[in-house]
Design a protein around this ligand. Structure first.
Ligand code: FAD
Length: 280
């Protein structure tokens, strides 16, 4: 199929993008990497009257490490994250996750802002941002605001973004010597969206872990924290954490809820091992 007709405008600045969105009263869509948007247009799941192209808006991309924080601009492509020495050093969870996103051609164009704004429940980066307790910067007609990643994902493909808002950047604490991270997913083929995935972060506290955050994807409408399992893992027992897994995945085209719950336990055992290991 081909998309319904739409107009196209290349935004010259963030303000220009917000003005164009406002002028079209909810009928316009932002275009970043186009890797999800163009497919929805082609399938006529979406038929905006205008595409507002963010590519070319200065200052929207790039990776910055400052004051013990990592900030990533919305237009930063997955491939830039994959190849960045700053990400490898200061954001090891993102470094582990990105190679699982789709295939190289898609990673060459897809952006972190597009992935978070699209909010596919089986996507890797939304879960990573929640595991890192990150913040998401949003610029809209009323100015700029920051939203905790845990509050940003509100439902199936639903976020805290309003129709005239632009996601401008994300921010989270840079890894320290105490930081422990783990990532694992099960997909039918490498690069497919996950059947079930787990992004995890914790702090090493002597021989035990504290601040454990276990965030599953592919098991609900949004990234899902397994809070009881987090507490059990901080208590030192992987078996207890698997037993405590407080997830209730529904059936989907990939697997039944029961299979997903079983796989969530398998992933937790794998990730727990890496969380316990000192960083190389
Ligand atoms: C075959 C295939 C396999 C894929 N597999 C995976 C996978 O395994 N894991 C995964 O995570 N992703 C996967 N993707 C999606 C890919 O990661 C996309 O890059 C990503 O979901 C969207 O990023 P984008 O920059 O292409 O956004 P676009 O497609 O340009 O936009 C997506 C949506 O976000 C909105 N948007 C974009 N940028 C902003 C912004 N800055 N502020 C506000 N709204 C914005 C757009 O208006 C649109 O509604 C796959 C895609 C394809 C085609």
């Amino acid at each position: 199929m081909k998309p319904a007709a739409f107009a196209y405008a290349k935004a010259r600045s963030l303000d220009d993008a917000i003005r164009l969105l406002g002028a079209h009263k909810g009928e316009a869509k932002l275009l970043a990497g186009g890797q999800s948007l163009i497919a929805t247009l082609n399938m006529r799941l979406s038929s905006p009257s205008l595409l507002v192209d963010l590519n070319g808006v200065a200052g929207l991309d790039g990776i910055r490490v400052k004051d013990a924080m990592v900030e990533i601009g919305a237009l930063t492509r997955h491939v830039a994250l994959e190849r960045s020495s700053d990400i490898a050093k200061h954001a090891p969870l993102i470094a582990l996750a990105v190679p699982h996103i789709a295939h190289p051609a898609i990673r060459n164009r897809g952006t972190i802002g597009g992935s978070l704004a699209y909010a596919d429940p089986a996507a890797e980066l939304p879960a990573c941002l929640v595991a890192l307790d990150g913040e998401i910067d949003i610029v809209g007609p009323g100015g700029k605001r920051s939203v905790k990643a845990g509050d940003f994902f509100q439902g199936l493909f639903e976020t805290a973004l309003g129709p005239h808002d632009v996601l401008s950047a994300v921010r989270f604490a840079a890894a320290t010597a105490e930081t422990r991270v783990g990532f694992a997913e099960l997909a039918r083929r490498h690069g497919d969206y996950a059947m079930v995935g787990l992004a995890a972060a914790a702090k090493a506290n002597g021989k035990s872990l504290s601040d454990v955050r276990l965030v599953y994807f592919g098991v609900g409408a949004t990234p899902v924290r397994a809070r009881k399992a987090e507490a059990a893992l901080a208590g030192g027992s992987v078996d207890a954490a698997v037993h405590a897994l407080d997830l209730d995945p529904t059936d989907d085209i990939q697997a039944t809820g029961a299979v997903k719950k079983h796989l969530a336990g398998v992933l937790l055992r794998r990730v727990a091992t890496t969380l316990m290991e000192p960083r190389a």
